[in-house]
Design a binder for this molecule. Structure first.
Ligand SMILES: Nc1nc2c(ncn2[C@@H]2O[C@H](COP(=O)(O)OP(=O)(O)OP(=O)(O)O)[C@@H](O)[C@H]2O)c(=O)[nH]1
Ligand SMILES: [Mg+2]
Ligand SMILES: [Zn+2]
Length: 201
């Protein structure tokens, strides 16, 4: 999402596989959906296999060039197959051993959509690959931070240790989600062990 923001690509978040969420996962979904919608990201909650809520996906993709991105196994290709059954693209089950996808899609490919537009299916994201930009710019790509940057006392504030920081204040006031701030700090530190995910997102 940070990379998309850096390239001015509008992001829509798709939560897939709602047919198999546990009650706990449904609660997590509600929390994440609320958090992201508050920032301004449209969220869609779908099931590619059960064909639930796919109308919204089609509406968003119509007459545009879209790219689907996400971890291996989340169902990016399945979603595309459901929307355009004639494509019949290869998908595979998640590994029982590793509980992760198998990197079935191996290169990005663009397909024409019968209702107008194009969709680029991509291989699952393996590791965090941020485009090359200055650390000082990172907060510009967190929408909820960008709108508050002017409130920081120092105009080169990094929102880590500086006093009178509008971002840290907003986190303390629950206006910015803690997990998003922790993601920011993690990316800022280029943390490899992912402990920064904090709440687990
Ligand atoms: N229960 C359920 N399973 C789904 C859904 N969408 C996809 N799957 C399953 O998830 C597995 C992975 O789907 P893929 O479409 O191959 O995932 P992908 O995101 O394209 O994975 P990569 O190509 O490896 O990046 C397959 O077994 C799908 O059948 C869904 O809505 N519900
Ligand atoms: Mg795929
Ligand atoms: Zn600040």
């Amino acid at each position: 999402m940070v990379t998309a923001e850096a390239y001015h690509i509008p992001t829509v978040i798709v939560f897939n596989k709602i047919d198999i969420y546990s009650d706990e996962e449904k609660e997590e979904l509600a929390f994440l959906k609320k958090s992201y919608e508050k920032i301004g990201y449209p969220c869609l909650v779908v099931s590619a296999t059960e064909k639930t809520n796919l109308k919204g996906v089609i509406e968003i993709m119509k007459n545009k060039v879209s790219v689907v991105s996400g971890h291996s196994g989340v169902g990016k290709t399945t979603l595309l197959n459901t929307i355009e059954p004639d494509l019949n693209l290869k998908t595979s089950e998640i590994s029982e051993v590793h509980k992760a996808g198998k990197h079935t899609t191996t290169f990005a490919e663009m397909f024409e959509l019968s209702f107008g537009g194009f969709l680029i299916d991509t291989p699952g994201i393996k590791a965090f690959g941020l485009i090359d930009f200055k650390k000082e710019e990172l907060s510009h790509y967190f929408l909820e931070m960008r709108v508050r940057l002017k409130g920081c006392h120092f105009n080169n504030c990094l929102h880590i240790n500086e006093p009178k920081c509008a971002i840290k204040d907003a986190v303390a006031d629950n206006e910015i989600s803690e997990f998003r701030y922790l993601n920011y700090v993690g990316m800022y530190n280029d943390d490899e062990d992912e402990n920064y995910r904090g709440l687990g997102y």
